[in-house]
Design a binder for this molecule. Structure first.
Ligand code: FES
Length: 128
């Protein structure tokens, strides 16, 4: 059996929404101390909707695939929905990750959470 699903490989090879949003109003950066991987998420939020989202990930293939899938799952969605995105949902959307790679999807959940926290701090507007 292949270790990684087709979807993981596809998002790793052609990640969506890579880059920087210059006028982002929510930016989050998280890392995993064990593997040293780092993920940065940029959000452009307008009227409670994630109008745009981009990421930069210095990390493994699963972290890149997870970031890519996570951005696809929250783009165009209300902030309250983005808040509820779990790493499990990201991994499921990728047709699964090996157990020892689940922490890569946790980075995506945390990076989005951190970017939403930053938005709240900047604007005083709740995202819950
Ligand atoms: Fe750490 Fe993938 S090995 S994020």
């Amino acid at each position: 059996m292949a270790l990684y699903s087709e979807k993981v490989m596809e998002h790793f090879r052609n990640p969506r929404n890579v880059g920087v949003i210059e006028d982002a109003n929510g930016i989050g950066e998280v890392g995993n101390a064990k593997c040293g991987d780092i993920m940065k998420m940029y959000l452009k939020i307008e009227d409670g909707i994630i109008e745009d989202v981009k990421f930069e990930t210095f990390g493994c293939g699963s972290a890149i695939a997870s970031s890519s899938m996570a951005t696809e799952l929250i783009k165009g969605k209300p902030v309250s929905e983005a808040r509820k995105l779990t790493n499990k949902a990201v991994a499921e959307a990728l047709d699964g990750l090996p157990d020892y790679k689940m922490h890569c999807s946790v980075l995506a959940e945390e990076a989005i959470g951190s970017a939403l926290d930053d938005y709240e701090k900047r604007t005083g507007i709740s995202t819950h």
